[in-house]
Each structure stands twice: as structure tokens, then as C-alpha cells.
Design a protein around this ligand. Sequence first.
Ligand SMILES: [Zn+2]
Length: 264
Amino acid sequence: MNFVIAVDLEGISGVVGTPNKGFKNDNIQYKFACEQALREVNQATKALYDCGAKKVYVWDNHGSSLNLDYMSLDKRVDILAGVGLKHRFSGLEDKKISGVLLIGYHAKANTSHAILAHTCDSSKYQYIKLNSKTVGEIEIDALLATANINAPVIFISSDNMGVSQGEKSLPWIKSVITKHSIGRNAGLLKHPSTVLDEIYSSVKDAYKNINNMKKYKIKSPITVEIRFLRLEDAQSVSNSKTKGISLIDPYTIKYTINKIMELY
Ligand SMILES: [Zn+2]
């Protein structure tokens, strides 16, 4: 069986970021986050191969990608990297993926007191709703894994709030809580080494339960509602007169798509 490990940075153990900012490469913790992400990915990779996986693909997807030190990754993996992909999971369509693991993911935007919570871009969006429910990157990537590579999400690692949001939408997943959020930039952090041990055993557990994993879907057509941080953004989308987009208040646009792939 083949697997994809999608890697974000905000939910990696030990990471809390700094106030009023997204988590970028000028952050004091950026180097640590990349190094710890690498260790967490290598643990998950080892667990998958120890269980008998045939191939593991690592998708380096935080920010503009290119976060991980590829020479230090387990040399059995192939790496999906860079920007300008045709869609999320580009290049993996024909790889017969059995499961997707989300490592270092985080709670959705408009979650109070969750470490570095955001959806897609913390400087742009207050929330994204699909069919009237707010979603985060966990749900969006789970939907796109179904749509683009026909695979279920089987594992996530995140802070306690990201994990509980993930488990609500994807109750079959196995998970590891990397830290307990106290505020947007504060938490009670598990020791990063403890998290490595937990990832190894929880990923093995996910592999053993692969037959219980489900592909996440929602009803189509899909209503999309996006509330921007700045009203200029909502204004310019509505000024563009793209068919079917309506402005429901100065900050918020609404439109309908037939398939989740059309979200990007
Ligand atoms: Zn990120």
C-alpha cells in the first residue's frame, strides 16, 4: 500500500509562534519547527514501512513549501514540493494511495485559544464555510484527498483543538495531540520526543485499521461562504463580477460550486 504524509508546521510539537503574525520563515521558531517536522515525518514513515507499506510520499506544504531538509528525510520517500501545483495532491493521482496522514496540522480560523489557528491564510480569511459549516485545512484536505486521489485521511497530528475538530468530521482517524492550547501563542507542550513515540505507535494503529477508514465527502452542490479579514478583498471579488458570487455583507462572499475541486 502507498501513503501520503502531508506536512504543515503550525501543529508540530513545540511550536507556538508569535502574536499578530502567521508562521513564516522569519519566526524565531521556524528552524526548530522544520527540524521537528522532519523528525515527526520520519517517525510516521518508519511506522508505515515497518507495517509493510510499499511507498511513502511526503508533501511539504506549509506556506510556500520547501521547509524540510530533504537530505535528512528517510531515503525511501519521494517528495512533493514547490508551489503552482495544479491542485492539492498534484502528481499523486495515479499512485494508488491507500491513506493520507496530516502531520503538523492546526485548528481552523475563528477557533478561540487554539495555537496558530487559521484557514489557508491567517492574513486573509476570518472563516471559510462549506454548506454552512466552518471548515479548516483538515476538512478541506480530507475532501480534496477524496476528490483528487480517492484516498481517506487516516491520521492527524495537531494541538488538542485541531485533533478534536478533525475527529468530529473524520471520526475514524487515529491521532496524536502534540500540545494543549492555552492561547493563540501559548500551550502546555508535550515533550517533542514523547510526541515522536506517540506518532510511531498511533500511525501503526492507523495502518492496522486501514479497512475502517473512510473517504470524507459532503453534499454537492456545495455552498461556499468566505469571510475576509479586510473588506477590500470581499469588495474586489464582488467587483470582478465573476458569475454567481454575491456579497452578503461588506466582508463576506457567497457562491456555489458543483465539486470540491472548484474551491481552488
Ligand atoms: Zn502552515
